[in-house]
Design a protein around this ligand. Structure first.
Ligand code: ADP
Ligand code: MG
Length: 594
């Protein structure tokens, strides 16, 4: 890994180089670099939304267009200053993104991508048909930018503004990714349930990300309009959107620098093709589209990681950013809940019923969990344990019955609200972010205990809170015995250790009750023993645990009390010795394929 000092030198060298270019390079190169900078801004938004957030947008050029047209219209027909144009352009782009996002982001998956094509097409069409926007001829005579009486009409002059803004957008994005909202953004690919389990709303996280990406595109559009001083519909159509997407993919979707590298790559390729193709054929325009399509397919086949993916492999990760670390000096800890006194009931299930059509998966089940105990919920395969788990974590609505948690009726609450009340869970199929460090994965668990949003994080105004979160994450890692591996990537851990890491993430939420779904499934004997020891240690520290498990031996040695389910109903409730001796339990387990 590069040392922070080396990184500083590298960054300074790049900045210096970029600052010198206009002094030595010709007009053509400077103009090309201006286009690269504008493309990089849009691609940066796509790296965030598509590369990191995991949803594809085929309509990003429409946002560039909205901003470009907004500022062009305001400055030409209303005679206002381009700086007012900037505010207007960003406001309009942000609001459009908010509206489009609210209409489409719940669609998810392929439908979401398809809808981006739909609005991408229709917005571009709009530009070509509105009289006030000059229809297909567009708007011309857009005024150039001026800063303190100094005109930026020359490519050499606007170059500095463009690259200054690219630099700021880059820093903003980098800050964002290593922050509270950034961890949620990186958690999006783990699914809505993962985010809900830490008290976050995946839809809102994605919507904020969508608007942020659109604002980057808007900034690019504003620059575009005042640099070219002419706008027409075609640079903002779906073909342009695909070009932006290609930039993000070519550079490497997973990394912010990829946006820069990709924009340079694609625009240079495009320029090269425009020089070469006319020599070969008279239909250069069409052939260019074909060449781009071919490049896209080749990329997807052979280099999904983009150019930066190659760089990373060549340098064997030495150029990778160092993951966040806990503060060296202790900071004020995050505030903690006052836990209920040992023995008070904290969770109480009464007459829970869940029907799937004709099948009654959970049938009139009632039980309590008291503070400080380890309670087990066991039963053979298909007994209804997972369904019960989903009911009491509010992952799934109940058909009838009642669940009270911390003196509140929680049936029907969204899962993230229940999580915020202090019910933390782990997953039967581990949901960790493999490319995030152990520390970051655990820090995600503290989401609901903190409040920094995108703006605060991007401007780095969240540092004090962030230090508290990282210290808390480190404390939880120490607690489960993984403290000295906090920099490693979660994906490199064996399954048993990943399960334990999920427990640390749940603990980072400062829960009242920890609910574990089949934590021993797929573990080897030694791993099971380690897990059992950890849970007992946590109990000693005052954590209340409800464990839903299939493995009877594992549970019997661990729990204070347990409930046995069979065919959806509660069979027995009691201490392990009584349950073990019960004939009905033996029959239920013998009768099933364990
Ligand atoms: P366990 O976790 O104890 O193995 P489950 O709660 O997963 O049992 O399942 C209980 C019963 O409910 C099973 O018969 C299962 O097929 C059925 N079931 C579970 N989830 C659904 C669902 N989403 N739709 C229909 N049936 C389901
Ligand atoms: Mg199950």
């Amino acid at each position: 890994m590069m040392t922070p000092r080396n990184r500083m030198f590298l960054a300074a060298a790049i900045v210096l180089l970029l600052a010198l270019v206009p002094q030595v390079a010709g007009n053509f190169t400077v103009s090309l670099l201006n286009d690269v900078g504008i493309g990089a801004l849009v691609a940066l938004g796509l790296v965030l939304f598509t590369g990191i957030g995991g949803a594809t947008s085929f309509g990003q050029a429409a946002f560039v267009g909205i901003a470009a047209y907004a500022s062009a219209w305001l400055t030409t027909t209303q005679g206002m200053s381009p700086w007012i144009g900037l505010v207007f352009a960003l406001a309009l782009t942000g609001l459009s993104a908010l509206a489009i996002g609210m209409l489409t982001l719940r669609l998810g998956g392929h439908f979401l991508s398809l809808s981006t094509i739909a609005w991408g097409l229709s917005i571009a069409m709009l530009f070509g048909n509105v009289e006030a926007l000059g229809r297909h001829t567009g708007l011309s005579n857009i005024p150039p930018l001026r800063i303190a009486g100094w005109s930026l009409a020359e490519p050499r002059a606007i170059y500095y503004l463009i690259w200054g803004l690219v630099g700021l957008a880059f820093l903003f994005s980098r800050n964002l990714l290593s922050s509270r909202p950034g961890r949620a953004i990186r958690g999006l690919r783990g699914g809505a349930t993962l985010l809900a389990s830490v008290g976050a709303d995946a839809y809102r996280v994605r919507l904020t990300l969508f608007v942020t990406a659109a604002l980057f595109a808007g900034l690019a559009g504003w620059l575009y309009a005042h640099m070219n001083r002419f706008v027409s519909p075609s640079p903002f159509d779906v073909r342009a959107s695909i070009e932006y997407l290609l930039m993000a993919v070519a550079g490497g979707l997973g990394q912010l620098v990829g946006a820069l590298v990709g924009a340079a790559l694609v625009l240079m390729l495009k320029n090269g093709l425009q020089d070469v193709l006319p020599l070969l054929t008279q239909r250069a325009g069409q052939l260019e589209a074909v060449a781009f399509a071919a490049a896209f397919i080749l990329l997807l086949h052979f280099a999904r990681g983009g150019l930066m993916g190659f760089v990373r492999r060549w340098t064997r990760g030495r150029w990778a950013a160092r993951p966040a670390a806990a503060p060296a000096q202790p900071v004020t800890p995050l505030p903690q809940r006052t836990l209920p006194a040992r023995g008070t009931p904290i969770l109480s299930v009464k007459g829970a019923v869940k029907r799937f059509g004709g099948l009654v998966a959970v049938n009139e089940v009632s039980f309590d969990v008291n503070a400080g105990e380890i309670m087990g919920l066991i039963g053979p395969n298909g007994a209804g344990k997972s369904t019960m788990f989903n009911l009491l974590t509010c992952t799934m609505p109940m058909t009838s019955g009642q669940v009270r948690f911390m003196d509140r009726d929680i049936a029907g609450l969204p899962q993230r609200e229940v999580a915020r009340l202090g019910l933390a869970r782990t997953f039967q199929h581990v949901k960790l972010r493999p490319h995030m460090s152990l520390l970051d994965n655990v820090a995600l668990g503290a989401y609901a205990r903190t409040g920094a949003g995108v703006l605060k994080a991007g401007l780095r105004l969240d540092r004090a809170e962030e230090q508290q979160v990282l210290q808390e994450a480190q404390r939880q890692l120490d607690r489960i015995g993984l403290g000295d591996r906090s920099h490693e990537m979660a994906g490199s851990l064996p399954l048993g250790t990943q399960r334990i890491l999920e427990i640390a993430r749940a603990l980072a939420a400062d829960p009242v009750l920890l609910v574990l779904d089949e934590p021993a499934a797929g573990l080897r004997r030694k791993e099971k023993m380690a897990l059992g020891e950890l849970l007992r240690k946590l109990q000693g520290e005052g954590v209340t645990i409800l464990i839903v498990e299939h493995d009877m031996d594992f549970v019997m040695k661990l729990v204070d009390r347990l409930v046995v389910m069979n065919f959806g109903s509660k069979l027995v409730e009691g201490v392990p010795a009584v349950v073990r001796a019960d004939e009905r339990v033996q029959a239920a387990y013998l009768g099933s394929v364990v």
